[in-house]
Design a protein around this ligand. Structure first.
Ligand code: NI
Length: 182
């Protein structure tokens, strides 16, 4: 099932998310999240973006042609905990399915260590760097109620204000179904 993607302006994107009860069957939801993400041609999707305020996101970098080392980087992160972010800041342009047609450079640390459960409730603790780390950081922010535009300078935000206000009213072109707060 493909969910409509919640747009910027909907309070669910800003709410603190709740932990998922251990052992909950998430198979169908995770399958639907992958389907929704693929349909929208995204490389990451967090549960709040389909209106669910829980600590879950999925990533899939395997389709990124110019990024080496993405084999197998298609997974779900359940109840993730960011343990550490290290290394230098590096800038890269980011976008977000909830903020269509806006891309801006964001500086993030180059490495991280994260603990999470997979969809079968196996616990993992792993390190990521580069583009994989960035995708995880962006999605992890979503479950903390944070968006990439929060990192922009006040001037940049002012310049984007009318675009963002259009997005929050659903006045934006997308190739995927959207849902916005009226
Ligand atoms: Ni996003």
């Amino acid at each position: 099932m493909i969910y409509p993607i919640v747009l910027y302006g909907d309070p669910v994107l800003r709410q603190p998310t709740t932990e998922i009860a251990h052992g909950t069957d998430l198979k169908e939801l995770i399958r639907d999240m992958f389907e929704t993400m693929e349909h929208a041609q995204g490389i990451g999707l967090a549960a709040p973006q389909i209106g669910k305020s829980i600590r879950l996101f999925v990533v899939d970098g395997t389709g990124l042609e110019d990024e080496p080392g993405m084999e197998g980087f298609r997974k779900a992160f359940v109840n993730p905990v960011m343990l550490e972010e290290l290394g230098n800041d590096w800038e890269c342009e980011e976008g977000c399915l909830s903020i269509p047609n806006i891309r801006e450079p964001v500086a993030r640390r180059e490495k991280l260590r994260i603990r999470y459960y997979d969809e079968d409730w196996n616990l993992h603790e792993e390190e990521y760097d580069g583009m994989k780390a960035r995708i995880i950081q962006h999605e992890y922010d979503h479950i903390e109620g944070k968006l990439f535009i929060d990192y922009l300078t006040p001037l940049k935000k002012r310049l984007l204000k009318s675009k963002l206000s259009d997005i929050s009213r659903g006045k934006v072109d997308t190739e995927y179904r959207i849902k916005y707060k009226v």
